[in-house]
Ligand binder design. Structure first.
Ligand SMILES: [Zn+2]
Length: 172
């Protein structure tokens, strides 16, 4: 089997996977480790001032190290050599008929919804960024998006359910 066939088959099986859509009001009832979808509209962008920061390219944690610098990162349990890179994040409120959820979208997911690259956004001044987000919300109020989420839990004693957005696409 050649590589092209494998690639095609992978993508075919990916698109044929049954998507399980959950009403937002029922998100809190889900178990951890699930892949689920929600469908709705974006109502608010919560980070009004900035959506790009510099981070470690390995563990993705925020760093104050200058962009493009190589440094030794101590954020994770296993310290590692790293490069400081831009990371894009977008905190949004997302709504369907049943309710509303606050989500943080990172990197490609944020770029897809904003239709800009992290590099393009990083070049905006504060004023330009605010106006960009304002226009973005205005133009996207009625657009419907489907977001693929993976559920996970954090915390030791009280295990809180969280949702990691893996993919977003516009739906009719
Ligand atoms: Zn790191």
């Amino acid at each position: 089997m050649n590589t092209e066939e494998t690639f095609a088959q992978f993508h075919q099986s990916e698109s044929e996977t049954v998507r399980i859509f959950i009403p937002i009001a029922e998100l809190c009832l889900q178990k951890e480790g699930l892949t689920i979808w929600i469908k709705g509209c974006l109502t608010e962008v919560l980070n009004q001032d900035r959506c790009v920061y510099t981070s470690c390219n390995v563990c993705k944690k925020k760093t104050e190290v200058e962009l493009g610098s190589h440094f030794y990162c101590f954020h994770a349990t296993a310290p590692h050599m790293a490069t400081s890179v831009y990371r894009c994040y977008l905190q949004i409120n997302f709504r369907d008929e049943s309710g509303c959820v606050k989500l943080t979208l990172f990197d490609e997911v944020a770029e897809t919804i904003l239709q800009r690259t992290t590099e393009q956004i990083s070049g905006l001044s504060l004023e330009e960024y605010r106006s960009f987000i304002g226009n973005f919300l205005e133009n996207n109020k009625t657009r419907m998006f489907a977001i693929k989420l993976v559920t996970y839990k954090i915390g030791e004693a009280i295990r809180q359910l969280r949702f990691r957005a893996q993919h977003v696409e516009e739906v009719a």
